[in-house]
Design a protein around this ligand. Structure first.
Ligand code: BTN
Length: 326
């Protein structure tokens, strides 16, 4: 009920009377009052004025369930939220609850990760109160070979959400790094449980450097944060909700089409590799070429010097800009 009260308060500029809240949510005045008290204990500044009602005067910088849920209008993504102030890894937890039958669309959020996982066995730093770390659990009806496309969809959702909310020009470094001004803002790690032809579930883990102001030495030249780019703090809960909204829209397109055909143009418009020279770090031999963006399967098209177009599959290789990271 706290979510509904917050949503109602957020939707109104001024005061909402206790009676209006009762009617909207369908509960007694005592229940409304008790939940308002509980929200105040959670750090929400809610003014209560006789004969006028309640007004939301300030929200704590939290990404706890109420803060995200009260902003969501999605039908599928994030309808169930599990929040932790501290956890080993949201991906690890999401896999555990997936095994126990957690629903498609469940969103796991943590304020701090003590063992955050990055790609290729790397670690991912998630300091408390500053970063965004969440994992979305899905049960797609897709063959395992198509799952890498879902990661691209999430990358596009993050870029769209960032560009909609802030005056920034985020782009995508194929397959799914979100980049601003040549530096990495967000990383995505998708893991799956599958048999040869059947996917049981996937967990899509997203780490966004929201309000971080410093990075470990080895990342300081290649990472950035929204706070560093904007010079101010951002609402982490607002961004998580915006990513969910975007992802729901894009994923519905993807499911309808069965591939990335309908979102390919949108992706390529934001793909920083498109039109640029890239170095493909293929375990079978490194090569360079000019990238032409992705095809409907999410493969990066790279034109080599002999004029051939090679289709680069995300799982096998990594791609670098010829002069650096992008
Ligand atoms: C990368 O290396 O670029 C991917 C980083 C993915 C980090 C996120 S944070 C939330 C989720 N939980 C994890 O342990 N990892 C992912």
């Amino acid at each position: 009920m706290k979510n509904e009260i917050l949503r109602a308060l957020r939707e109104t500029d001024g005061y909402v009377s206790g009676q209006e809240l009762c009617n909207k949510i369908g509960v007694s005045r005592t229940a409304v009052w008790k939940n308002i008290r509980s929200l105040q204990e959670d750090g929400y500044e809610i003014e209560a004025v006789t004969n006028r009602g309640y007004r939301l005067a300030g929200v704590p910088d939290t990404i706890a369930e109420e803060e995200v849920a009260s902003r969501l209008t999605t039908e599928r993504m994030g309808r169930q939220i599990r929040y932790f102030s501290r956890i080993d890894s949201t991906n690890q937890y999401a896999k555990r609850i997936a095994e126990e039958g957690a629903a498609d669309g469940t969103l796991v959020i943590a304020d701090e990760q003590t063992a955050g996982k990055g790609r290729s066995g790397r670690t991912w730093v998630t300091p408390p109160g500053e970063a965004i770390a969440f994992t979305l659990l899905l049960r797609p009806k897709l063959s395992p070979g198509r799952i890498s496309m879902v990661t691209l969809v999430m990358g596009l959702a993050v870029v769209n959400a960032v560009n909609k909310l802030y005056d920034l020009h985020a782009g995508i470094k194929w397959p799914n790094d979100v980049v601003i001004n040549g530096r990495k803002l967000c990383g995505i790690l998708t893991e799956m449980s599958a048999e040869v032809e059947h996917v049981h579930y996937i967990v899509i883990g997203v780490g966004i450097n929201a309000n971080l102001t410093s990075f470990p030495e080895e990342l300081s030249q290649i990472a950035t944060s929204l706070k560093l780019e904007l010079g101010r703090d951002v609402s982490r809960a607002g961004l998580i909700a915006a990513v969910m909204e975007e992802f729901e829209r894009l994923y519905a397109e993807f499911e309808r089409q069965g591939d990335l055909g309908s979102v390919m143009q949108e992706y390529n418009d934001l793909c920083l590799n498109a039109g640029n020279k890239v170095r493909v770090l293929d375990p079978n031999g490194e090569y360079t070429g000019v990238s032409h963006g992705i095809n409907a399967m999410g493969e990066l098209l790279v034109e080599t010097e002999d004029g051939n177009i090679r289709e680069v599959y995300a799982g096998e290789v990594s791609v670098r800009g010829i002069y650096g990271y992008v």
